[in-house]
Design a protein around this ligand. Structure first.
Ligand code: NAI
Ligand code: MG
Length: 394
């Protein structure tokens, strides 16, 4: 019997390429786990009419830990066109299996670390006052509320009369009184106090455990007074229990500008769903982009770890494969940290850091090449070479 059982969900496209690479590294570092593969993604929508089959949900319920690759999703009309003919006309509707998984298991805490690996040619650089160039050392960890806010899915085009009537109890709706319902699109931003508390509490605890001096709450409470206001208010209350950690507050728009001005000054950042999504992509871009961005989705019970990138279908069938496995391997490190195998996680991170610093083995993205088989002829490492080099450095 292994110490851990991990549900693996490679999904679509390059999810099938990078996830096995992460398992190779986990095996090499001595992680004592059994892996059970579970279906998810577009191909299961097409075949079974369900992108998140019940057996996957059951496995996650049973084993609590998931490693997820990536999925493909396509617009509404493509969903119907690609559905198996015998499943059409049965009222099946495509939904995002990632969003469903987050909501089903209440994976409300998303953690997205964005840390500079020195020597990565994709690192953000700046000019100093003398005209020289320097590379800020970025170490930001974004805590994104993962289940509510603008992504909660409560939205309408052509809202029903009751919705319209309810909204018209708000004086500001007067501005829309002459707009026909058919011409109204409404997406709601719903925050609950308990979810705001949970994400802020998690951010502060992480800051304390990992020795970050500050937590920045990044919302827009001067304009979005109710929802952003609630997040900010809860952050302030929780901050009182962490006198050793400073609470900073920024507005999302200004934060995106400061991102390129002083990114190294931020530590832990906490935000609602959409703003957390935006800031984490922004920071990821400063530390190497999609080949390096990983995230954890953590609930009370279940936790799922994934790279931020998608299925990159254009690279799915390239032989040899060229995509960067580091984001997926870093997601595996987050899993190790989550279960307390911090030494193993640290060994992998150190190995990755050494490979990047040595600069001899680089995937096409790190070589700033256009993706394609010829990238290998131009000196890019294959996905498997990159993994092997990391394993050699463990
Ligand atoms: P994508 O993240 O799949 O790829 C965008 C581009 O980023 C790629 O063409 C490639 O140039 C680069 N890239 C991505 N992963 C890389 C890696 N590991 N190494 C090197 N370069 C990498 O996003 P795109 O093209 O917008 O979407 C493709 C499909 O993925 C869509 O169906 C989309 O819905 C889905 N998607 C799924 C996500 C998920 O599963 N979490 C997240 C984002 C998109
Ligand atoms: Mg995103």
């Amino acid at each position: 019997m292994s110490a851990y059982t991990i549900v693996t969900m490679p999904g679509d496209g390059i999810g099938n390429i990078v996830l096995p690479e992460a398992i190779r590294v986990l095996d090499a570092v001595g992680f004592d786990a059994t892996y059970i593969e579970a279906p998810i993604g577009w191909s299961y929508w097409c075949r079974e009419g369900n992108p998140l089959p019940d057996r996957t949900i059951e496995l996650l319920q049973q084993y609590k830990l998931g490693l997820f690759g990536a999925i493909t999703s396509k617009p509404k009309n493509r969903a119907m066109e690609e559905l198996a003919p015998e499943l059409r006309g049965k009222g099946l509707v495509y939904y995002s299996p990632i969003v469903k998984m987050r909501q089903l298991f209440n994976l409300d805490i998303s953690i997205r670390p964005c840390k500079t690996f020195p020597g990565n040619p994709l690192n953000f650089i700046k000019r100093d006052s003398q005209g020289g160039i320097f590379e800020p050392q970025i170490d930001a960890v974004i805590f994104r509320q993962n289940t509510e806010g603008l992504y909660c899915g409560v939205e309408w085009t052509n809202p029903p009369d009751q919705v319209r009537a309810a909204l018209e109890t708000h004086p500001k709706m007067a501005a829309f009184k002459n707009t026909a319902s058919a011409d109204l699109a409404i997406s709601t931003r719903i925050f609950t106090r308990s979810a705001c508390q949970r994400i802020c509490q998690a951010a502060f605890e992480y800051a304390r455990t990992c020795h970050y001096p500050s937590v920045t709450v990044c919302e827009k409470p001067n304009v979005i007074r109710e929802t952003s206001g609630m997040m900010e208010e809860e952050a302030r209350k929780i901050a009182q229990h962490f006198p050793d950690i400073q609470l900073w507050s920024t507005n999302i728009d200004a934060q995106m500008m400061w991102l390129t001005k002083n990114p190294h000054e931020y530590g832990v950042i906490v935000a609602g769903n959409m703003f957390g999504d935006i800031i984490s992509d922004g920071f990821a871009g400063l530390v190497g982009g999609l080949g390096f961005a990983c995230s954890a989705n953590i609930g009370h019970d279940v936790a799922v770890f994934e790279p931020t990138h998608g299925s990159a279908p254009k690279y799915e069938h390239l032989q040899p494969s060229i995509v960067n496995p580091v984001a997926m391997i870093l997601a595996a490190c987050m899993l190790l940290e989550h279960v307390g195998e911090t030494d193993q996680a640290a060994r992998i991170r150190t190995a990755i850091a050494k490979v990047i610093a040595a600069g001899k083995v680089r995937t096409y993205d790190m070589k700033m090449l256009k993706g394609g088989v010829d990238a290998i002829d131009k000196g890019a490492a294959t996905t498997q070479d990159m993994t092997k080099t990391i394993i050699d450095h463990l």
